[in-house]
Design a protein around this ligand. Sequence first.
Ligand code: ATP
Ligand code: MG
Length: 140
Amino acid sequence: MAGKRTFTMIKPDAIGNGFMGAIIDHIIKAGFKVVALKYTRLTVEDAGKFYEIHKERPFYGELVNYMSSGPIVAAILEKENAVEAFRKTIGATDPTKADEGTIRKLYAKSIAANAVHGSDSDENAGIEGSFFFAKREICE
Ligand code: ATP
Ligand code: MG
């Protein structure tokens, strides 16, 4: 059965461009409940660990540098079938291919600086949420 939680980050480009509030609002209006939220920053080492699954991909170095280039917002979200529903809400990785009305279509500038992260499986949602939040920081 699909899980009810996913994990997201609002990426440095979206924070720098002033879209933090608009994106959080969009997420809530799309029916997600915020159960944990944090404004923070990744070191190069943190970003390297977070994106370890992409280590062999050609853009790994660029991705790690980019994700540690400025503050981010990390959050755990709840909704039925959360992972799939949230990926629909954010749109395709490349914002030029994202559907109208999606967060990436509205707020992302490029495939690298694409405004938001969304977990790709229930398992990764759990791992990624635990990367940022202690149990007591998650509000049921
Ligand atoms: P995310 O995991 O951030 O939600 P995604 O699942 O849509 O994005 P992935 O394939 O997991 O896409 O890639 C992770 C991130 O790596 C992308 O969000 C983007 O920031 C970056 N990325 C992906 N493809 C490229 C590329 N071709 N060039 C540069 N950066 C890329
Ligand atoms: Mg991904």
